[in-house]
Design a protein. Structure first.
Length: 91
């Protein structure tokens, strides 16, 4: 006959082992988002670079010139104007 102590030890082991066993065997897989459309292939090269008047230097900032980027939503090349960005600190 089982003693009370060995019965409680066995039950405690089962209570701990069963949830841990189910956690360890759970697989996780990345699923694609259904609302995303695949990006359409680009149609040709972007138009020539636009001429922008370069502004005077500003202390603590760097000028990033404009550029063409492909817009999958619009299905065409879109011009992004130049802009100032804060200069990164030296490390």
């Amino acid at each position: 006959m089982l003693s009370r102590r060995s019965l409680l030890t066995g039950l405690l082991g089962a209570v701990v082992a069963i949830p841990l066993g189910t956690i360890a065997t759970t697989d996780a897989e990345a699923q694609p988002r259904p609302d995303r459309r695949p990006e359409q292939p680009r149609r040709g090269r972007p138009p020539p670079r636009r001429r922008e008047r370069r502004p005077r230097p500003r202390p603590g900032f760097v000028w990033v010139p404009g550029r063409w980027i492909w817009s999958a939503r619009r299905g065409r090349w879109v011009w992004v104007s130049g802009h100032w960005v804060r200069r990164r600190g030296r490390r």
